[in-house]
Design a protein around this ligand. Structure first.
Ligand SMILES: [Zn+2]
Length: 127
């Protein structure tokens, strides 16, 4: 079958994913140090500043930083999964419908696990 990407396209995908992974790890480091700074600040603050009227409270910044860390962690997991698919020959095929993912989509998002149709369907479907 000729659905799978050819070896040079796979090699290019592997390199792009490797770069994306390093970038994500750098982002993780900076978000993680932000989380740790906030944790330290929070430890020094009085316990009841939850309703500070002077702007965002430490706890909301903390929540945001933790949410960002979660986003970066899932991006890394997505990249790792894509790298695993490169190795076992399923890279570039939609995990939901099995059809090839368009080269344009892979170029924009090398870690894409589904084709655009399936991604749209998934984001539309009610939870
Ligand atoms: Zn699909």
């Amino acid at each position: 079958m000729d659905d799978a990407l050819d070896p040079s396209a796979l090699q290019a995908a592997r390199e792009r994913l490797g770069e994306a992974r390093e970038e994500a790890l750098r982002r993780w480091d900076s978000v993680q140090s932000r989380v740790e700074d906030l944790r330290r600040d929070r430890a020094e603050e009085p316990a009841d500043d939850e309703h500070d009227p002077d702007g965002p409270t430490l706890s909301s910044e903390w929540t945001m930083a933790e949410a960002q860390r979660g986003v970066v962690e899932s991006a890394i997991a997505e990249i790792d999964a894509a790298l695993a698919r490169v190795e076992d020959g399923r890279y570039g095929l939609c995990l939901r419908c099995g059809r090839p993912i368009s080269p344009e989509r892979l170029a924009a998002r090398p870690s894409a696990a589904t084709c655009l149709d399936c991604a749209r369907r998934a984001s539309r479907s009610p939870r």
